[in-house]
Design a protein around this ligand. Structure first.
Ligand SMILES: Nc1ncnc2c1ncn2[C@@H]1O[C@H](COP(=O)(O)OS(=O)(=O)O)[C@@H](OP(=O)(O)O)[C@H]1O
Length: 508
């Protein structure tokens, strides 16, 4: 054997938080080997690294032996024996899908499954065979999640719509007793959510964007993650297939939930909040209180990211606000839960909702045909969810049976766009957080017409991060006369809502 095996050293690279990756001095072709990728900590990277050295210098017999050893190791790992016992790295509880959007395994494959291991090992071998960057290869292959100091960016490779965007029109206000979604349906739905295709901040293209249709350019440039050019980049790019476990902190029930409303601006709010160091939020929508309640509270808690003392756990599921059973269920979890509702002019909200459905079904009837029972008389179709969701006063009445007004913060969806820092100041105060998110964090992107998050000072890229193309869509033109009917319909409900919340949102 080659003596330099003995001199192989693995050096912890501490600066810039590249924890979990080890530098292998004698294998310059494979400079970074993520330890969790190896699955097994110190010893195995050492062996693999050594074998790379062997690949260069040994005769064919040795090479063959090396390959046999390598495949034996792979098989060993596939059978599940190599990683589970590693101290300090918690394994995923049996039966639990890894939390979508969870920082520990955000948008990641279930790390406890044989399939997950297969993908990881497959990526490892692919990376080694090509002598390329293991990390880079794997990132190109799947939906990576990036989490830098300003929160997370996901670049889904599959444009599966987030279930959140569909659910409000599918889920009835009242879930009939005994109605259960099948386990597979539930897991599927969560997985769809975890794709987070619509729901995460994206970096706009480096080139100036000419028109609104360039929204697609936002996506186009971001399907693949940016190339790894520096250690700083490596730090912020978290490949889905190789989640680096956060070993510290505990999983807690959320102390604050963004409960609504659909198309109000809930994703923007959550992404802004994730900038705050004392906020840890689930990236995807868990839909626990409306869809997966039968899974039990422990299941829900397990979805949450780990938090350290003083950090707040959060999630957002906009359909909670309009689901009759939810207030009681959240109350039963904790009557101290803080509830945030992002509200937006119900007329624009309805059009936004319709625009989203239209984007998935080009054969959809016109907005006018769906919104009016009778266009000539101006009778509104209140059974259409896009209309019903906007009757905020009615939904709030249900919530107030369980929670006092002091437990709510009503965020103006309009102000979140026109003056995000001011609105974020209110949110941070409500959550008892230091006002860290300020106007320094926002940049108004004229092309998109929305605020985007600025990168922190010293970041390798100065491009601000905007929400994906499904946020801030162009709305279809709606007949002005019919819009006036719609505004007249909502006016009394809006007035009531202003009274109830002691806040005037200025929609009338
Ligand atoms: N910064 C920023 N960027 C893009 N879009 C923004 C932003 N802030 C608020 N908004 C508004 O958010 C609307 C989508 O609302 P939600 O995130 O609550 O939608 S969802 O219910 O989660 O599907 C979305 O609705 P549409 O304009 O109809 O696409 C936006 O108006």
């Amino acid at each position: 054997m080659v003596t330099h095996f003995d001199t192989v050293s693995l050096e912890r690279h501490v600066p810039q938080g590249t924890e979990g990756r080890w530098l292998c001095h004698v294998c310059p072709d494979v400079p970074w080997l993520p330890a969790p990728l190896m699955g097994c900590g110190f010893i195995k990277p050492r062996i693999l690294c050594g074998h790379l050295g062997v690949l260069r210098v040994q005769p064919k017999v040795s090479l063959l032996l090396t390959m046999i050893f390598l495949f034996t190791y792979v098989f060993y790992c596939l059978t599940g024996s190599c990683c589970e016992s590693q101290p300090g790295i918690p394994s995923v509880p049996a039966g639990l899908t890894v939390a979508p959007g969870q920082i520990d395994g955000e948008d990641s494959l279930p790390s406890g499954s044989a399939f997950g291991r297969l993908i990881r090992i497959g990526s490892l071998l692919g990376g080694l065979v090509s002598s390329g960057s293991v990390l880079g290869d794997s990132m190109g292959a799947d939906d990576s999640v990036f989490r830098g100091p300003l929160g997370s960016i996901s670049t889904p490779s599959d444009p599966i719509p987030s279930a959140s965007t569909l659910e409000s029109s599918l889920i009835p206000y009242h879930i009939p007793q005994g109605t259960q979604l099948s386990a597979s349906t539930q897991e599927d739905a969560l997985r769809k959510d975890s794709a987070g295709a619509e729901d995460t901040m994206r970096t706009p293209p480096a080139e100036p964007i000419g028109s609104i249709s360039s929204d697609s350019a936002f996506h186009g440039t971001l399907k693949s993650p940016p190339p790894i050019t520096s250690s700083a980049n490596i730090v912020t790019q978290r490949p889905r297939a190789f989640p680096i476990p956060n070993r510290t902190g505990t999983k807690k029930f959320p102390q604050a939930i963004i409960v609504g409303v659909k198309k109000g601006g809930t994703r923007a709010l959550l992404e802004y909040l994730r900038v705050h160091p004392d906020v840890r939020a689930l990236g995807a929508e868990p839909h626990f209180f409306d869809r997966f309640y039968d899974k039990g509270l422990e299941w829900y808690r397990n979805l949450m990211p780990r938090t350290l003392g003083g950090q707040i756990t959060m999630e957002k599921t906009p359909s909670y606000f309009v689901t009759t059973e939810v207030p009681k269920r959240i109350y039963n979890m904790s009557k101290d839960t803080k509830l945030i509702v992002v509200v937006r002019d119900p007329v624009t909200r309805a059009i936004s909702d319709y625009t989203q459905t239209l984007s998935k079904n080009q054969n959809l009837s016109s907005f006018e045909a769906l919104a009016f029972k009778n266009i000539s008389t101006g009778t509104i179709n209140t059974s259409w969810s896009a209309i019903r969701i906007g009757i905020y006063a009615k939904h709030l009445e249900n919530w107030l049976q369980y929670f006092p007004l002091s437990k709510f913060l009503f965020v103006s969806g309009e102000k979140l766009v026109s003056n995000p820092s001011e609105e974020m100041g209110r949110v941070q105060d409500f959550l008892g957080l230091k006002r860290i998110i300020t106007d320094k964090h926002f940049h108004f992107n004229e092309t998109k017409g929305f605020p985007c998050l600025k990168k922190p000072n010293g970041s390798s890229s100065s491009m601000p991060r905007c929400l994906g193309k499904s946020k801030g869509r162009l709305h279809p033109n709606i007949d002005k006369e019919l819009l006036r009917h719609l505004q007249a319909f909502y006016r009394p409900y809006n007035m009531k809502f202003y009274q109830m919340t002691e806040q005037n949102f200025g929609w009338d």
